[in-house]
Ligand binder design. Structure first.
Ligand SMILES: Nc1ncnc2c1ncn2[C@@H]1O[C@H](COP(=O)(O)OP(=O)(O)OP(=O)(O)O)[C@@H](O)[C@H]1O
Length: 240
């Protein structure tokens, strides 16, 4: 794996708050069917760390990371990403800020089956208007960083689950986002592939100025967290 993903001795000094949630409330529904699924969440996520978000099914983990990543708006409260208060950004500026600063990795890799690994990774750059040749060069660099330099031309069906997840991570990182949000990234993987993916996410997380949040049910990955936020019933119950 390329050394740009690896930790430098200075990083421990460089931790700062990447994500700050204050009083975040989320309600769904209207009238009598209205339910509150997040209750005034106050939590910070530091840079240069891998933060795990854990808790029982239905406790609000996906809702919270969706709000942090800007896929959902909070009903009340504020989210600040890298010093930018999200409620202060509007319209195009908000969309552009999130596109530049947030990458997503999901349990299902969501790769386009007809495209090669390199083409899949280049998609976010093409959407941003990059020329195809330049986007493919950058995609190949990132595939190299995630240990897949021999798979540039492979289609998803020719890759193992763990390799597909690494392509999905490369795609999420190709535009250099400061926040990487991963929802159950190892849930579909065997133990060995799960470890490889978590080791990769850990390497990505230690980059200066970057935060990585991993939502997980998978007890096998708990050892990879620098910090663990535990939730229950829509509340943060511990940070350790
Ligand atoms: N769009 C929605 N409309 C209504 N209720 C919702 C909606 N999205 C989530 N919920 C409810 O909010 C609660 C929290 O859901 P969420 O998906 O955030 O939990 P989770 O901790 O991620 O669960 P899991 O670990 O099973 O994925 C659940 O009770 C869920 O049913």
């Amino acid at each position: 794996m390329n050394s740009t993903l690896l930790e430098s001795p200075m990083i421990a000094e460089a931790r700062e708050v990447g994500v700050r949630c204050r009083g975040v409330v989320k309600e769904f529904g209207d009238g009598e069917t209205r339910i509150r699924v997040l209750h005034e969440i106050d939590v910070d996520v530091l840079t240069s760390e891998l933060t795990l978000l854990v808790g029982p099914s239905g406790c609000g983990k996906t809702t919270l990371i969706s709000i942090i990543a800007g896929l959902l708006d909070p009903t009340e409260g504020e989210v600040e990403l890298f010093g930018e208060l999200q409620s202060a950004l509007r319209g195009r500026r908000l969309v552009d800020f999130r596109a530049a600063n947030v990458g997503f990795v999901f349990q299902q890799y969501n790769l386009l089956p007809a495209l090669t690994a390199a083409e899949n990774v280049s998609v976010p750059l093409l959407i941003q208007g990059w020329a195809r040749a330049k986007a493919l060069i950058r995609a190949n660099e990132v595939l190299e960083q995630v240990g897949l330099s021999d798979k540039f031309h492979s289609r998803p069906s020719q890759l193992s689950g763990g390799q597909q997840q690494r392509v999905a991570i490369a795609r999420a990182l190709v535009h250099g986002p400061r926040l990487l949000v991963c929802d159950e990234p190892t849930a579909a993987l065997d133990a060995h592939s799960g470890r490889t993916v978590m080791e990769l996410l850990k390497q990505v997380a230690v980059e200066p100025g970057r935060s990585v949040i991993v939502v997980t049910h998978d007890s096998r990955v708990l050892e990879y967290g620098d910090r663990t936020i535990e939730m229950a019933d829509g509340r943060v119950t511990s940070v350790s």
